[in-house]
Design a protein around this ligand. Structure first.
Ligand code: PGA
Length: 250
């Protein structure tokens, strides 16, 4: 099945108004790219980024499952939409680890965001220890099952990002055969839950994606794009990755 690639940057806790020029540069290149491009920014920058780059896909990095309430420091889907965001990441391993987000919380967040009209990138991935123990496929498949929405109404609004924790920010990347094996297992899981729609959900790879390895990763079966951390902060690093995706659609 033909799936248009999605290359999403995750700026994490980086970026102030001084960096808006990078957003603009990326948005201009995105207009002519043969791939969907997005940047998930710190919440404080979303509104200004959408003004600086009208029409470009700006997202948040997390969303709370409740519509509103006593949740100090949290952001609702309605707030993200109000700021101009069109998507959000949920379940990033840094949040699962540091904020103790559970699978059921991640699932509730994904469902709340989709219901409100945001696109969602749901992250899953195994630790080094799990990979070493030979249990990566089993554990990540189970993690996906427990954290994915029960149903989806539009497959193009929902993506999964496979991000091995040991590959994030480390420069280490799994072999292309390990990526292929994982993505194929996740595809089966999506199909068994969503039927035909499961074939249309994009499965991104994330973890130390950069210009030098992007083309090889995008050529792997069932890799439908990338979630990029460090290499998304500067247009000079990010745009070659977008270009690699453009040359590799399908
Ligand atoms: P990285 O981060 O590209 O810096 O490894 C990826 C991510 O955490 O989404």
């Amino acid at each position: 099945m033909e799936r248009r690639k999605l290359v999403a940057g995750n700026w994490k806790m980086h970026g102030t108004s001084a960096d808006l020029g990078e957003v603009t540069a990326i948005s201009i290149a995105a207009e002519t790219a043969d791939a969907d491009v997005a940047l998930c920014l710190p919440a404080t920058l979303i509104e200004r980024a959408t003004r600086a780059a009208p029409g470009f896909m700006i997202g948040g990095q997390d969303v709370h499952q409740a519509e509103k309430g006593a949740h100090t420091g949290c952001i609702s889907a309605a707030m993200l939409l109000d700021a101009g965001a069109k998507l959000t990441i949920v379940g990033h391993s840094e949040r699962r680890e540091a904020q103790g987000e559970t699978n059921s919380e991640v699932k509730a967040r994904a469902e709340a965001a989709l219901a409100a009209g945001l696109n969602v990138i749901l992250c899953v991935g195994e630790s080094d220890a799990v990979r070493e123990a030979g249990r990566a496929i089993e554990e990540v498949s189970a993690q996906l099952s427990a954290s994915m929405p029960t149903s989806i109404t539009n497959a193009s609004h929902f993506s999964v990002a496979y991000e091995p924790i040991w590959a994030i920010g480390t420069g280490k990347v799994p072999s292309t055969s390990d990526i292929a094996e994982m993505h194929s297992a996740l595809r089966e899981r999506l199909k068994s839950s969503y039927g035909e729609a499961g074939k249309a959900v994009r499965i991104l790879y994330g973890g130390s994606v950069k210009a030098s390895n992007a083309a090889e990763i995008f050529a792997v079966a069932d890799v439908d794009g990338a979630l990029v951390g460090g290499a998304s902060l500067k247009s000079a690093d990010f745009l070659p990755i977008v270009e690699a995706a453009s040359g590799n659609s399908g």
